[in-house]
Design a protein around this ligand. Sequence first.
Ligand code: HPA
Ligand code: ZN
Length: 339
Amino acid sequence: MSPAARHALIERLPKAELHLHIEGSLEPEMLFALAERNGVEIPFASAEAVRAAYDFSNLQDFLDIYYQGMSVLVTEQDFFDLTIAYLRRAHADNVRHVEIFFDPQGHTERGIAFATVIGGIARALDEGQARLGITHRLIMCFLRHLSEEAAQATLDEAGPFLDRIDGVGLDSSEVGHPPSKFARVFASAHDLGLHVTAHAGEEGPPEYVHQALHQLHVERIDHGNRALEDADLVHHLARDQITLTVCPLSNLRLCVIDRMEHSPVKAMLEHGLKATINSDDPAYFGGYVNDNFRAVADALDLSAAQIVELCENSFSGSFLPEAEKARLIAELHVAAGAA
Ligand code: HPA
Ligand code: ZN
């Protein structure tokens, strides 16, 4: 398949995005505009200078800048503007459904009210559904470098907003903060009827993927790259058809892989794993979901059938009801068949 034909296919296919940190969609231009609007000092002279600082050698390098960037988000309107900008961009990539992460602790720690954060995000998600036809789920992540008690307090604080929160996730600095640290909080979230997912195996060992499955009882694994190091784990993930939300450009920019040719996506598909393609933090890693598809499909010479499979996995691995998954997958196959 020629690169041009491959790119046309990627652009034409409907898809879902299941691994997107809304704070990671803060483009340098908006970061700058919001800093000015809110009178927040940032140590950069221009949007270009911000972009030039996005040179990371590992996850922590990125996280330091990511948390700093968030400081410009202050009002409900800021969270609305951030989220609607992402939804418009996703719409251009033929994204039909999004499952968005947000990091409440990154905001409440700075004195921003939970209601301000969720109010702006939820209002934009509603507008995205009404105006762009994009359906959504919202996933609240716990910052794993903070304590179990802080995570539980965040879950308690979310109580009044659970009509807008569909699931919980686990993100931030992985190594040294195993999933087991949050087993009790995830059990509480599960009891509240929330979906559960966790970042595991991005930098952390296969053991963390194992713990996410068996101690947090996750429905999906976010990233999951290092699961491939453990044959038993691969067998388990394939048998139970656990969705993996892989983020190729993120992996490259955070040096999880040294070249796109080393992305685990093709190997995962060949092992029968349910891999999906996602942008993670698109403003920081150089691209939105179709940029990720193009980069990984070109580097790994993915077939048309594999590209369609990745899109199908994004719907089947979502938290949508089965009937809605089936409707979107049928639409996908119609689009895939069109010349
Ligand atoms: N990994 C962990 N935490 C994160 C990420 C990520 O890729 N993006 C935003 N928070
Ligand atoms: Zn992530």
